[in-house]
Ligand binder design. Structure first.
Ligand SMILES: Nc1ncnc2c1ncn2[C@@H]1O[C@H](COP(=O)(O)OP(=O)(O)OP(=O)(O)O)[C@@H](O)[C@H]1O
Ligand SMILES: [Mg+2]
Length: 214
């Protein structure tokens, strides 16, 4: 099943970041996007995840063109089907980790799974305020929050940037298992080429093009 199909995307801020980019993601698949800092990886992820409208081209999610979807449909998809893990975590700072997870669970009619908290090694700190946690702990809470929603599509931007190698590997294994278990898809932006090659496909954003790397 096709989860995402992007056709001929182009985008310009101060200068043209990329043009004519096309990309398809199937259920159970993961795609890594690598490329130097400033090449437009996060911008592309924002476009693919409905947060930013491309200058040119189209994005279809689950077979529906985002440009012609109603606002209500886009919100539903964002709430229920899309999981975003971005460079900044957007947790509610005045809340505890558990309260952050509860909000996600309530909004998407799911439950907070204690096994997930244990696996992310945050079960001991969930009742602390987010502001009392380390950067790496906050990152793992934001990952738990996203997976609690049980999304079919994950957009993940440098999810392990604040983590040591061992924790980073464990966290990525959780993502890959999630994809298999739920037949979900993931687009992962990373600077880590070893991690990138754990994905089904690897693309590099270079010279304004998306080139498959083997
Ligand atoms: N909202 C915006 N308005 C203007 N320029 C922007 C905006 N967002 C990004 N840019 C510019 O677009 C370029 C690409 O940014 P982007 O964040 O997509 O790069 P990136 O490949 O994700 O880099 P990094 O690896 O450092 O995260 C940068 O030059 C950035 O300054
Ligand atoms: Mg970026």
């Amino acid at each position: 099943m096709n989860l995402l199909s992007a056709k001929n995307l182009s985008h310009t801020f101060d200068y043209e970041l990329f043009s004519n980019i096309s990309l398809d993601l199937e259920a159970g698949e993961s795609i890594a996007i690598i490329g130097v800092s400033g090449s437009g990886k996060s911008t592309l992820l924002h476009i693919l995840s409905t947060l930013l409208k491309p200058d040119k081209g189209s994005v279809a999610l689950f077979g529906e063109d985002v440009a012609t979807m109603s606002k209500k449909r886009v919100s539903e998809i964002k709430r229920d089907e899309i999981g975003l893990v971005f460079q900044s975590h957007y947790l509610f700072k005045g809340f505890t980790s558990f309260e952050n997870l509860e909000v996600a669970a309530i909004l998407s009619n799911q439950e907070v799974e204690s096994t997930l908290l244990k696996r992310l090694n945050i079960d001991g700190t969930v009742h602390q305020k987010v502001t009392e946690l380390s950067g790496g702990q906050q990152q793992r809470v934001s990952i738990a929050r996203v997976l609690t929603k049980k999304p079919r599509l994950l957009f993940v931007d440098e999810p392990t940037g604040n983590l040591d190698k061992t924790t980073a590997n464990e966290v990525m294994d959780i993502f890959f298992e999630y994809l298999q278990e739920h037949r979900a898809g993931m687009i992962l932006v990373t600077h880590d080429e070893v991690l990138a090659h754990k994905c089904s496909k690897v693309y590099k954003l270079i010279n304004k093009e998306l080139v498959e790397v083997h």
